[in-house]
Design a protein around this ligand. Structure first.
Ligand SMILES: [Zn+2]
Length: 102
């Protein structure tokens, strides 16, 4: 018995979202050959019936193993933090500066 982690890339045909699902593939002798697990739960092998996590669409395309490693531009990157300090356009006022003036 041998376990292997496989990352399977998918693309949604509705919203063009690209994502990867990580599977644990267990090689089993004498049976179908492979058992696919995701999060410790046995699942059917990945197929085009995968559901898009963004829009819930069932029309997805499955890429070959390792496809995204050759196309890193497809992987959405987390947004870089904006280093520009946030400055309010309103002038700064001390709390209660108008009070006690009457
Ligand atoms: Zn989608």
């Amino acid at each position: 018995m041998k376990d292997e982690i496989r990352k399977v890339p998918f693309e949604c045909r509705a919203c063009w979202h690209v994502w990867e699902e990580e599977y644990l593939v267990r090689q089993v002798e004498g049976r179908d050959g492979e058992i696919w697990l995701r999060g410790g739960v046995q699942v059917p092998p990945p197929s085009a019936a995968e559901i898009c996590p963004r829009c819930g669409c069932h029309q997805t395309v499955q890429f070959p193993d390792g496809y995204l490693a050759h196309h890193p531009e497809l992987i959405p990157r987390p947004a870089e933090p904006d280093s520009t300090p946030l400055v309010s356009p309103a002038p700064r006022r001390l709390p209660g500066w108008r009070r006690n003036r009457w």
